[in-house]
Design a protein around this ligand. Structure first.
Ligand code: NAD
Length: 336
């Protein structure tokens, strides 16, 4: 297949080209993000390959359909950036990589929380200045604390296990379906509101849907235990960032560790070190000493990049051969 790869970074190219030695597709790499203006680059291709912040809404899908694109391969798990109904209507197939490495994201989640909680980000900056004083670096043991996991799918279940079995935490969980294997190791399920009232730390692992958008809003923060630490490696839209900032200012929140941000599409994956950031909400967030932000890198391991590349190209090979596509997304997955 002739594949137009959008939002290409050096690492995408490296891993896709290596995996493609087995598949033999013709890959065109574009640094541009897919949107209404750049969709024209897809002309002359059969498929496009996109990432989390490419825009795959109705106007873009219409432009892609006009360019002759019949399949879109998401090299990620989340698909909140795709209008699946429009894709179905335009007879464009959408495939994704649902489980390239839940370990990559779950391990990063624990690392991010621990870095924040044990002040490793602040210690690193101090030591570089030959400041070895420990004042202000007092953390808390994880052992014995209560952690809430919202969404116990592939990633959330691994995070729950790490906290429960690895650190001896109490773990509360919230999900639309319960995982009996987690219950067997002592994880207790509760409604989200009840969970927030009881936990010291909450980690978000549900997908971004109309139901979960701003699941952590002002009311939820108000109802939470004072000193709550918030961790989000799922999708930025799960959190109302303004409410988060108010919670930090009032000290209701004890800390925030984020790998994702609601307006990240304007910022993440780019080197903006010489730019003036216009997003005042994001800039305010970075001013708090108890906030740690990374730029959507939880997935970024060698194992995950290899799996993403292989799975993506395999789906395209299957599509070309007219074979069933087990990783196809259909509009039924998204409720009205
Ligand atoms: P998954 O589909 O295996 O699990 C999601 C879980 O959320 C499911 O158990 C589902 O039942 C549950 N859920 C759905 N609606 C819910 C609700 N209203 N309340 C509570 N739970 C609900 O997905 P996964 O592979 O574990 O990935 C989780 C999320 O992580 C993805 O949606 C994606 O957005 C994000 N992600 C982020 C990165 C990153 O690099 N930061 C990488 C991969 C995935």
């Amino acid at each position: 297949m002739r594949v137009a790869v959008f939002s290409t970074k050096g690492y995408d190219r490296r891993f896709l080209e290596a995996a493609n030695e087995k598949f033999g597709h013709s890959l065109s790499f574009f640094e541009a993000r897919l949107d209404e203006q750049t969709a024209v680059l897809a002309e002359g291709h059969d498929a496009v390959c996109v990432f989390v912040n490419d825009r795959v809404d109705r106007p873009v899908l219409e432009a892609l359909a006009n360019a002759g694109i019949r399949i879109i391969a998401l090299r990620c798990a989340g698909f909140n950036n795709v209008d699946l109904r429009a894709a179905d209507a335009l007879e464009i197939t959408v495939v994704r990589v649902p489980a390239y490495s839940p370990h990559a994201v779950s391990e990063f989640t624990v690392a991010l929380l621990m870095a924040l909680d044990r002040r490793i980000h602040r210690a690193w900056a101090r030591v570089r200045e030959n400041n070895f004083a420990l004042d202000g670096l007092i953390g808390r043991n994880l052992h014995g604390r209560t952690v809430g996991i919202i969404g116990t799918g592939r990633i959330g279940a691994l995070v729950a296990r790490a906290f429960r079995l690895g650190f001896g935490c109490e773990v509360l969980a919230s999900d639309v379906t319960r995982d009996p294997e987690l219950e067997a190791i002592g994880v207790r399920y509760a409604e989200p509101a009840e969970l927030l009232r009881q936990v010291d730390i909450v980690s978000l692992h549900c997908p971004l849907t109309p139901e979960t958008r701003h699941i952590l809003n002002a009311a939820a923060i108000e109802a939470a235990r004072p000193g709550l630490i918030v961790v989000n490696t799922s999708r930025g839209g799960l959190i109302d960032t303004s409410a988060l900032i108010e919670g930090l200012k009032s000290r209701k929140l004890g800390g925030v560790a984020l790998d994702v941000y609601e307006q990240e599409a304007d910022l993440f994956f780019e080197d903006l070190s010489d730019e003036i950031i216009q997003d005042d909400v994001f800039q305010r967030l970075l001013t708090f000493p108890n906030v740690l932000v990374t730029g959507h890198q939880a997935f970024l391991t060698e194992e995950a990049l290899e799996a993403i590349a292989t799975t993506t190209l395999d789906s395209l090979t299957r599509a070309e051969a007219g074979e069933p596509l087990p990783l196809r997304l259909s509009a039924e997955l998204v409720r009205a």
